[in-house]
Structure formats: C-alpha cells, structure tokens
Design a binder for this molecule. Structure first.
Ligand code: UDP
Ligand code: MG
Length: 318
C-alpha cells in the first residue's frame, strides 16, 4: 500500500468549536490533555468560540492560565458550527488535526484509536455513530431522507452516520482550506476532498451539560445547504415533471379534438379547467421556490463575504 510516511514527532491540533460550552469545557479539557499527552509531544487545542454568550471566554482563559496549550479564537458573533470548524481549520497547521465537539459527546477515549489509524496510513479517520436510538423518530426520518436525496444524484457518497468527529491529515486540511465556497456543509466537503478514509464506530455520549444548539429549524437550514451544495436532483425533478405534464397536456388536447369531432361542441369542462389551473399554479410556485433556493445560495457565493469574522485571537500558545 502506498501511504504517506508519518513524521517522527508529528504535531497534533485539536479544533473544538464551542458555543456556550462553559459548563462542559472544565470537564473536557483536563481529560483531553491526558489523552493527547501520550500521542504527541507537540499538541495544542484550538478553541473556536462561536460568539458564546456565557462564561466560555473566562473558562478558556482559566485553562490558558493553568498552562494548557490553547489557541483561542473568538468569532465576532454566532456564525454556526460549520463556520467555526472552518475558522479552526484555517489556523490549524499540525501534521494531523482532530475535530471534535466541545460538549463531551465525542468520547476522548476514541482519540488513541483514531490516531493509530492515522499512523497506519489513513488520511481521514472518521468516527461513525453506531446508533441513532436516542434521537426522535421524526429526526431520524428527516436524516435518512436527507442523505437519500443528496446521495441519489451525486457521484459523491456522504456516509449517513459520519459526523464531525474526525482526525484529518494535514493534506486533507490543506484541501479543505482551499475550498472557496461560503455555503459550507462540512460533511459534504470531507467527502468531496476524498483521500483514504477509515471509519471507526462509536456511541455518542450524553452532553456533559446544557442542550444541543441545533433546533429543528437550524437542522432544516443545514439540510437545505447540504442538498443545494451537493445535489442537483431537486432541479432535475422539475424538468422531469415538466416533461411529464407537457405530455399529459398533449394527450388531453388530442382527446378534446377527437371528442369535438365525434360529439360536436361540448360546453362542460369548467371543473377540469379550475382543477388544472390550481394544480399547475401550485407546481409552478413550488418549482420557482426550489430554483430560488439555489439562486439564493448563488447570491451568497457571489457576495464573497467571509465565512466568519475573528474578533479575538490569542495567537500561538507558548
Ligand atoms: N456549536 C458551534 N456553533 C453553533 C452551534 C454549535 O460552535 O452555532 C458547537 C457546540 O458548542 C458543540 C458542537 O458545535 O461543540 C456541536 O453542537 P451541539 O452539541 O449543539 O449539536 P449536536 O450535538 O446536537 O449535533
Ligand atoms: Mg452535541
């Protein structure tokens, strides 16, 4: 197997997006430090504070004072997890970079296994959740529908239960950093950049404290970003449907002509007309809406605004 040789004293960066995680971080950070110490003599944490409104900055400052090697980036407001990850990856420069949630759901125990896979030559080591049993039926249904749509029309296959708990080789990080798009659906981007990926099953834990920031609304928004960024299927459906409807119209038109020739003039048909009008009015609005979703995202890209704004950066630790 042809793999990149791993450097002897490889450095390790851990990117932690944190949005109101003051209650979770004090437990997570010492545990993390303990896990990372044997893996690399040159490790550091990159905590990206995604505009937290709680005591997250103070908690991080305490950890820095206590000697934990942390680069602390504070975004100027809440930009969302994808933006926070993007910000973390932009400053990460280690030989391998670990992405994990700051809420304790991603078990630090798995890191050693992930690192072993990287040492063996994997470029991306991705933790895959073994079950979604703790999620509601509606969320599970939505998730499976989402992955079916995205994976149906693109050559790219995004694995359904693979999240943001990943170890990335520096080459993968460089590839991700080179992607210019603003609509960042990270799970899709990891798949897009490719490289040798290994999957490790894990069972996510309960949050140490607080609750998930992803409401149904936010999840739907993220799903829309994912679908529009990685699939043209929604657009294609309307072309297909349009062709089908046109064909039906042609058939029905032919029938009306024949009917006229056989039975002479027939006045009734008012109901057919109204139903047809309303049905096709609805379909047209829906298809315009879907085109609008794509156009809106094109607009986002064209504006060329940065994905996030950094308000504060402690710079390199030590
Ligand atoms: N997060 C973030 N910005 C946000 C929402 C979440 O940086 O706007 C972080 C959050 O602090 C956590 C991770 O992303 O470290 C996952 O978020 P959460 O636990 O709320 O989501 P879930 O576990 O339900 O996917
Ligand atoms: Mg979580």
């Amino acid at each position: 197997m042809n793999t990149e040789p791993r450097p002897a004293r490889a450095s390790l960066d851990v990117v932690l997006p944190a949005y109101n995680e003051a209650a979770s971080l004090p437990q997570l950070l010492p545990m993390l430090a303990q896990m990372l110490e044997p893996l690399s003599a040159r490790w550091r944490l990159i905590i990206v504070d995604d505009g937290s409104a709680d005591a997250t900055p103070a908690v991080v400052q305490q950890a820095i004072t206590a000697g934990v090697p942390i680069r602390y980036l504070r975004l100027s407001r809440n930009f969302g997890k994808e933006a926070a990850l993007t910000a973390g990856l932009a400053v990460a420069d280690a030989d391998r970079v670990l992405l994990m949630d700051a809420d304790g759901q991603h078990a630090p125990e798995l890191i050693a296994q992930m690192d072993a896979a990287w040492q063996r030559g994997a470029d991306t080591v991705c933790a895959v959740r073994a079950s979604r049993d703790e999620e509601g039926a509606l969320k599970r249904l939505g998730t499976s529908l989402f992955y079916r749509i995205v994976n149906a029309s693109s050559q790219l296959q995004i694995p359904p239960d693979a999240g943001d708990f990943r170890l990335l080789d520096r080459r993968v990080v460089a590839a991700l950093n080179a992607l210019p798009e603003r609509n960042r659906f990270m799970k899709g981007l990891y798949a897009w950049v490719g490289f040798r990926t290994e999957f490790l099953p894990y069972t996510p834990r309960a949050r140490t404290a607080g609750s998930s920031s992803f409401s149904m609304r936010r999840l739907i928004r993220l799903a829309l970003t994912g679908v529009t960024a990685f699939s043209n299927l929604p657009l294609r459906i309307w072309s297909g449907l349009g062709a089908l409807v046109a064909l039906c119209g042609l058939g029905y038109g032919a029938w009306i002509v024949v009917e006229h020739l056989i039975f002479g003039d027939q006045i009734p048909g008012w109901a057919t007309m109204v139903v047809g009008l309303m049905f096709f009015g609805g379909i047209q609005m829906l298809s315009i809406g879907i085109i609008g979703e794509y156009v809106g995202r094109i607009f986002d890209e064209v504006k060329q605004r940065p994905v996030y704004v950094v308000a504060h950066d402690t710079g390199e630790p030590r």
